[in-house]
Unconditional design. Structure first.
Length: 275
């Protein structure tokens, strides 16, 4: 018995070593395959598809970048109204998206939806639809529907905001404490009273924080709406690019950065004051 035990132990150790060696080989093969795919993607998308001759070499690239360093400060007075328009699009679009997201969140929350077989899938589908389509695509659709200007930008921002606000709100509703809701229903409260007194107080900080965060994001979205004719700083950016005014392009980019920085500061203090 004393001779057979070491033999079994040695066999088990050899099997463990072989298993570890096999796993190591498999890991190296996976790494090699991943590097091969990455190398192929780099070669096909960068080395092959890039028009290297048009760049003009390092001097050509440097000369192009140098043009952006000469900022066209004469454009500053013409950026005030577009900047305010961009801020207005973000604000109104966020408010409209908040209003439209409330019924979507109600439908998409499993514990309060009117019907788990109809309204719940509809609410979840609307959340996915809003998040799946880019804001530029929404803007193109609304520009074709209502024409140029700030209105299609507001509608595009609102449609893009519905998915995020409603999803966070629905998940907050699903995670509420059910005891206040059961107490209100036990004393004969209707659905509105349940929502207003039992659910809203529990999710209000989450909703407010989400709306402020979405407004901060929508400032960035509104800044590019003008590229498709929806007004704001994006429209000025497009015009400066069309006129090859590189200094004006740089100034518009700086204006967008300033606007985003203002939005960051305002959203930070708003969250601290409200939540």
């Amino acid at each position: 018995m004393s001779v057979a035990a070491p033999a079994v132990s040695e066999h088990g150790f050899d099997a463990w070593v072989a298993h570890k060696r096999g796993r190591r080989i498999n890991n190296w093969l996976l790494v090699a395959a991943a590097l091969a795919v990455l190398g192929w993607c780099f070669w096909d998308t960068i080395m092959v598809d890039t028009d290297w001759a048009r760049m003009g070499g390092a001097l050509g690239i440097g000369g192009t970048l140098e043009r952006f360093l000469w900022i066209d400060w004469s454009l500053v007075p013409h950026l005030i109204v577009p900047a305010l328009e961009t801020l207005m699009m973000a604000t109104l679009g966020t408010l409209l998206g908040c209003v439209l997201s409330l019924p979507v969140a109600w439908f998409g929350a499993a514990n309060v939806t009117p019907s788990k077989y109809f309204f719940y899938p509809v609410g979840r589908f609307l959340m996915v639809l809003s998040r799946s389509i880019h804001e530029i695509i929404w803007a193109l659709l609304f520009v074709g529907a209502v024409g140029l200007g700030a209105l299609p930008g507001i509608l595009a921002v609102a449609m893009r905001s519905i998915g995020f606000i409603s999803k966070i709100t629905a998940e907050a509703i699903e995670n509420i404490d059910p005891k206040p809701v059961e107490a209100i229903r036990a004393v004969g409260g209707n659905q509105f009273q349940v929502m207003y007194y039992g659910i809203v107080p529990q999710i209000l900080p989450v909703i407010i924080g989400t709306i402020i965060f979405e407004w901060d994001i929508n400032i960035r979205r509104s800044a590019i709406m003008g590229l498709v004719g929806a007004g704001g700083l994006g429209l000025v950016f497009f015009r400066q690019m069309a006129m090859f005014n590189y200094g004006g392009v740089t100034l518009v980019v700086l204006a967008v950065l300033v606007l985003i920085a203002i939005g960051e500061v305002v959203s930070h203090y708003a969250r601290k004051a409200v939540i």
